[in-house]
Design a protein around this ligand. Structure first.
Ligand SMILES: [Zn+2]
Ligand SMILES: [Zn+2]
Length: 565
């Protein structure tokens, strides 16, 4: 059984044993467990349910990284909409192109009118039995998310997927249709444009700022870290994980080592969540609380470590976790909103509480917004002139589930590195660039056919990369991206040279300052096999060091990179 199938099986087996926990879907069963006093929804039998008009509910897809049994972990990335309103003569109703994922991992694309989409996502994301005010608040958040994130799946040919990666789409029920209609067109605005917002199942009593979940993310004032007495810390949860299972999850996430001797919390952030843990016996030997939750969730199931607000102690061969909340905790707290609605708080007040300072307003679709929907990639001529900035980025970053919040920081870093390297190398920047970060090392190895220690490699013109947590915690994220960018920009010019020249160029320009001064001894340059088919991580790093030294020696003697041979 592959790891994902195994994970789904575990979730399926114990889904209904969760008590007081916040819901997660039980893959393939049609059930969704909703915690803390919510009822269990069987969508197929719920009153008012009508069949989905298109694209049947996808079965678990063993071959895909997208399937994720955790609820409401939608991680919006900042929108790509152009905020300038422009005149529009006949505004058509906004629609959303939704990619429904099928069992084979492929998407079928269905275009839904915005309010149909909102009603269906409410069915996928809201707590069953929510009061109308809670549904309406979430409807506005869902609509805002959809507008701010249209084009997120541009590389896949649609706007948003139907998985937790974007927003979960289910069959609408009467209550969710009413909430969508009651709030039709209303969105949360920041400077006149749909705001980049988040919501999670439960903040566990304290909301979180984005950068504490996704390093490098901006922290707008409308997403503060604050006490939340509405959810009151619910749900409290506990989990016990064997050291061997934790090791398995960490290794899948790109961490290396044979034994996890200990796991200790070394820092907490302002909201009290775990910001750093020491991993005794592994490399890298640190991990953030959010990353630990993600690597465990992806490999062992999301029902174990529900949030980064936990304590952990070792007992014999196992680690005991206990904590509060469910999900990343940024933005609206779904459990909190349900309880606020029960106390008579209306939708606008709920939103003002969780997104302070944002304007809630009816938005009329503008030409700019409509144009932002899956615009085709701009023609190369447009980019070459550099004059009109293309409305869509020409660097596409594809991240799994809980890493989405880091999209913007990675996009900026990559774009900067690309432009800087193009100048340094004196070549044109590649017209488009797609970066795909894999959720686990297994997925990376399967997709690329390359071993984990290669970190990054090109397949079909796309740059595939190891899980983000592993690259970042090892401190090699930027270097790895730069390394692959240099390959992209220099490999064709160096095509006829030995492999060490191409690899040496990538290593040298990825981090020129790191090249040691070349000694008098002539380095022995690695042969092609050493670089193309390394037998181990150690062998590859040795071959890399020699390739770099061979390349640096010629550059430092005054040769241009194109002339190294
Ligand atoms: Zn998605
Ligand atoms: Zn809360």
């Amino acid at each position: 059984m592959n790891p994902l199938t195994r994970r789904l099986a575990i979730v399926g087996a114990i889904g209904f044993m969760v008590q007081g926990g916040v819901g997660f879907r039980v893959p393939g069963s049609g059930y969704r467990v909703l915690g803390s006093g919510f009822s269990v929804l069987r969508a197929e039998q719920a009153r008012g349910v009508r069949p989905a008009p298109a694209a049947p509910r996808p079965a678990p897809a063993p071959s895909t990284a997208k399937q994720n049994p955790e609820p409401r972990t939608q991680n919006p990335e900042p929108g790509t909409l152009s905020p300038e309103p422009s005149s529009t003569l006949n505004p058509e109703p906004i629609s959303v192109r939704v990619g429904f994922q099928s069992a084979n991992g492929k998407y079928s694309v269905v275009t839904l009118p915005m309010e149909t989409y909102v009603a269906r996502v409410l069915a996928g994301e809201a707590a069953r039995g929510s009061q109308p005010a809670a549904l309406e608040a979430l409807a506005i958040a869902i609509r805002t998310f959809a507008l701010a994130n249209r084009g997120r799946h541009r590389a896949d040919g649609f706007d948003l997927c139907d998985q937790t990666h974007c927003q979960v789409v289910r069959a609408a029920v009467a209550a969710t249709e009413r909430a969508a209609q009651a709030t039709a067109g209303r969105v949360l605005l920041r400077n006149g444009a749909p705001a980049s917002i988040y919501f999670s199942a439960s903040c566990g009593g304290h909301t979180e700022i984005p950068s504490d979940v996704w390093p490098g993310h901006e922290d707008p004032s409308y997403l503060p870290a604050r006490d939340d007495d509405a959810c009151d810390g619910a749900p409290a949860w506990a989990a016990e994980l064997r050291a061997s299972d934790l090791l398995k999850a960490l290794r899948a996430g790109g961490f290396r080592g044979e034994r996890l001797r200990d796991l200790r919390i070394t820092a907490r952030n302002v909201s009290g969540r775990v910001s750093r843990l020491a991993l005794d016996g592994l490399k890298p030997d640190v991990i953030s609380g959010a990353d630990l939750r993600t690597v465990v969730g992806r490999t062992l199931g999301w029902q174990h470590i529900k949030s980064a607000a936990f304590t952990v102690r070792k007992e014999g061969d196992a680690f005991h976790f206990s904590g509060h909340g469910s999900g990343h905790g940024v933005g609206l707290c779904v459990i909190g909103s349900v309880r606020l609605a029960e106390r008579g708080t209306d939708a606008d007040q709920i939103l003002a509480r969780y997104y302070p300072g944002l304007e809630i307003s009816k938005m009329t679709p503008t030409a700019a917004m409509l144009a932002a929907r899956i615009a085709p990639a701009p023609p190369p001529s447009m980019r070459a002139t550099g004059a009109p900035r293309p409305p869509v980025p020409d660097v596409l970053v594809s991240l799994p589930d809980d890493d989405e919040g880091e999209h913007d920081a990675i996009l900026q870093q990559t774009t900067r590195a690309r432009d800087e390297l193009a100048r340094t190398l004196g070549v044109a920047a590649p017209a488009t660039l797609t970066l795909r970060f894999h959720p686990t090392t297994d997925e990376y190895e399967r997709a690329t056919g390359r071993p984990w220690f290669t970190s990054g490699t090109y397949v079909d013109g796309e740059l595939h990369l190891l899980p983000l947590a592993a690259l970042r915690d090892r401190g090699v994220l930027e270097q790895t991206v730069r390394h692959e960018l240099v390959h992209l920009m220099t490999d064709s010019a160096l095509e006829a040279r030995p492999q060490w020249v191409r690899e040496g160029a990538a290593l040298y320009f990825a981090d020129p300052a790191a090249s040691p001064p070349v000694g008098s001894a002539r380095p022995s340059c690695p042969d092609d096999n050493e670089l193309l088919r390394p037998v181990s991580a150690g062998a590859l790093s040795n071959a890399f060091a020699r390739a770099r030294a061979c390349f640096a020696r010629q550059i430092q003697s005054g040769k241009a990179w194109r002339d190294v041979k």
